[in-house]
Design a protein around this ligand. Sequence first.
Ligand SMILES: C[S@@+](CC[C@H](N)C(=O)[O-])C[C@H]1O[C@@H](n2cnc3c(N)ncnc32)[C@H](O)[C@@H]1O
Length: 271
Amino acid sequence: MEMQEIGPARLYLADCLDVMAGLEEESVQMIWTDPPYGNRNNDGDLNASLAARTGRQAEPIANDDAAGMRRVVEGMLAHAVRILPKEASALCVCCAGGGGPNGPLFAWLANRMDAEGLSFFHCVIWDKINPGLGWRYRRQHELVMVAHLKGGRLLWRDPKKAAANVMPFSAPRDRAHPNEKPLALVRRFLDLHAAPGQTVLDPFMGSGTTGVAAVELGLGFIGIELDPRHFETACRRIEKAVSQGDLFRAQEKTRPSQTGFQFPPNDTVPG
Ligand SMILES: C[S@@+](CC[C@H](N)C(=O)[O-])C[C@H]1O[C@@H](n2cnc3c(N)ncnc32)[C@H](O)[C@@H]1O
């Protein structure tokens, strides 16, 4: 198991079930994750088209077969129940399709959340704006299943704010990972649920999109990835986000006020 600390992020090159087993109770307030889909996208067009663009060989995604996905998602949910506090949010992406041995994926996932000790709360639609590939129905949306602990409350940063449950964001063009999610989509979810200083966990972090969003929003982050290629990409992306934040803060400190006007000290204000 390799671990790197980059700014507010702790990143593990490891199996998430091993790392989550060692996390303390109530140590993260939010989980946002995007596990393998379990439908062998690795054999399909997504990975092949990425390979064609980057010149790399199409390589399989770990646990992207139905049984592998079931094992790691069920294990992740069981650990989630232990490490989340009573007021917490657990969000998990899943595709709208499915069938075969797992049944409809969204129904399976909502049921597993409930069975493992979470309480399914809502299903949000990520609208990709343009349809992708598909047989009969071309895929234009994915689902984000939202849950909290059974008997607990959903962590929601600003109780005065509500959000539409359809979120339109284009898929990223230059993907470093075949399943990479739009940064703006992940940022939107993190910003709705978590407040600066709280910690977000992504047990299947892929290219580190959640980590970048967390750093940009002033959140702590724990990310886990099994594949060394994607782990490396995640480290580089999160490093860049941390150094951009440092640069921005340094510029803010040295920037003169917008008008150049400064209030005189109180005792010199003519009375
Ligand atoms: C759907 S992708 C996540 C993509 C990510 N959201 C992004 O924006 O780049 C799922 C990732 O989970 C990783 N994975 C599969 N099984 C894992 C496990 N047991 N522990 C940690 N990571 C795992 C895969 O290698 C893959 O990169």
